[in-house]
Write a protein that binds this ligand. Structure first.
Ligand SMILES: [Ca+2]
Ligand SMILES: [Ca+2]
Ligand SMILES: [Ca+2]
Length: 268
């Protein structure tokens, strides 16, 4: 009995530590003192860099000798920090520890057109290579294929196997496999639904939905978002609507709200 209690306490402790760690990881990306900042450079003066974070805090940062600065996909552009560049940076007491910079990217939603869903990788490569130089840069990806300030730079670096700063067709194909809408549009929702519905009752419970998505990360959040009528399971219609919103972010409720708000602000 005592043994059981000890084990239970230990399990609870581990669980508690893990959940506070998770909380910490989430927190560190938000707020005026976050240690990770994703945003846009607004001003540069000597070794001082001002960054407006995604959650709208102006951060006054300093570069010192230890700061590691990476310029992602600058190709023929001079590797100097300038206003409007996108930045993701880790800081300690507002000193830059490491930073990755990219050329300016749009704030608008980037999503595929229905035609793009049917294109082959070489066809997509051609339309993404906006300047037609035979290579796809990070800025071109962020304009045409997918805009992801948080994960985009890391995904691009991984795909750029030869570290040339741009993607050739082979590397571009790797990038596609890291692109959400690409992965979700290789099969129809029906084709994805059937094998995931293990007990064949025509509905997906949470475990089956994980099979449907092919991943378990953030499962609760995604499941709740998909389960529109809060029945605790998903029918094909709900699952298909979920996929549709993931492929076309402009169809997500929060983005529709944001767009309406912007429109109102423009017409006072
Ligand atoms: Ca190009
Ligand atoms: Ca490359
Ligand atoms: Ca089922």
């Amino acid at each position: 009995m005592i043994f059981c209690k000890r084990v239970l306490i230990r399990v609870m402790l581990v669980y508690f530590c893990l959940s506070s760690l998770q909380l910490y990881a989430q927190k560190s990306l938000k707020g005026p003192k976050s240690s990770l900042i994703i945003g846009v450079v607004t001003k540069v003066e000597g070794n001082k860099v001002e960054v407006l974070s995604r959650d709208n805090y102006l951060r006054k940062l300093t570069i010192d000798e230890q700061s590691k600065i990476k310029f992602l996909s600058f190709e023929n552009t001079e590797k100097v920090i300038k206003a409007d560049y996108a930045i993701s940076v880790s800081v300690k007491d507002e000193i830059i520890q490491s930073a990755t910079l990219t050329l300016p990217v749009t704030n608008e939603i980037v999503e595929p057109t229905p035609e793009m869903l049917k294109m082959t990788p070489p066809e997509l490569f051609k339309i993404t290579d906006l300047d037609g130089n035979g290579q796809v840069s990070y800025a071109e990806i962020a304009k045409v294929l997918e805009r992801s300030p948080k994960h985009g730079p890391r995904k691009f670096s991984k795909s750029d196997r030869d570290k040339s700063g741009a993607l050739n067709l082979k590397e571009f194909e790797l990038q596609l496999t890291r692109t959400e809408w690409w992965n979700l549009s290789r099969k129809t929702p029906e084709e994805m639904f059937k094998p995931a519905d293990k007990d064949g009752d025509g509905l997906l419970n949470k475990e089956e939905f994980a099979l449907f998505l092919g991943k378990k990360a953030h499962l609760n959040t995604f499941f709740n978002r998909a389960d529109k009528n809060k029945s605790g399971s998903l029918d094909l219609e709900e699952a298909a609507a979920y996929i549709d919103e993931e492929i076309f972010p402009s169809k997500k409720a929060k983005n529709i709200k944001k767009a309406n708000k912007l429109e109102k602000e423009e017409k006072p």
